[in-house]
Design a protein around this ligand. Structure first.
Ligand SMILES: [Zn+2]
Length: 144
């Protein structure tokens, strides 16, 4: 037995370097009282991943989108051209010239009534225009 490897009680003494390596490989979650370990040096365990700054901003974004949609489904007049859904519709129209309301709704997975509300807001903001197709469908395109 080499001197310094064991303490007086016979327990292995871990060198500061070895302890540091261990800490980096298996750090524990930063949430107080959570004893789960994390992988790949992430600060939080899989149960507390919502505390990661990037994840929490995405969740906040999704929550505000969901809240916005709920509001517009109840009060269509409150749809705004600045909302995330309206901006998404504009992006969709950037990619294709003339898209039906039904198509926009199925692409965005939101109700046709909600799309109509956002389209009305975008029309008020003079960002889109609509026309009727020969089949009587409302076709939306960007105002260029
Ligand atoms: Zn945790």
């Amino acid at each position: 037995m080499k001197k310094g490897e064991f303490n007086l009680r016979g327990m292995a003494v871990v060198s500061p370097l070895a302890r540091e390596v261990h800490r980096r490989e298996r750090s524990s979650c930063d949430v107080p009282n959570c004893r789960r370990s994390t992988c790949e040096q992430k600060p939080y365990c899989s149960e507390h991943i919502q505390f990661m700054p990037k994840v929490s901003s995405i969740l906040a974004e999704l929550q505000s989108r969901a809240a916005e949609l709920e509001l517009v489904e109840r009060h269509p007049a409150r749809a705004t051209a600045e909302s995330g859904h309206a901006q998404e519709i504009l992006m969709r129209l950037e990619a294709a010239e003339g898209v039906t309301v039904e198509r926009l709704a199925s692409d965005a997975r939101i109700y046709v009534a909600a799309v109509r509300a956002f389209i009305r807001a975008l029309k008020r903001a003079k960002q889109v225009r609509t026309r009727k197709s020969t089949r009587g469908k409302t076709v939306v395109s960007l105002c260029r």
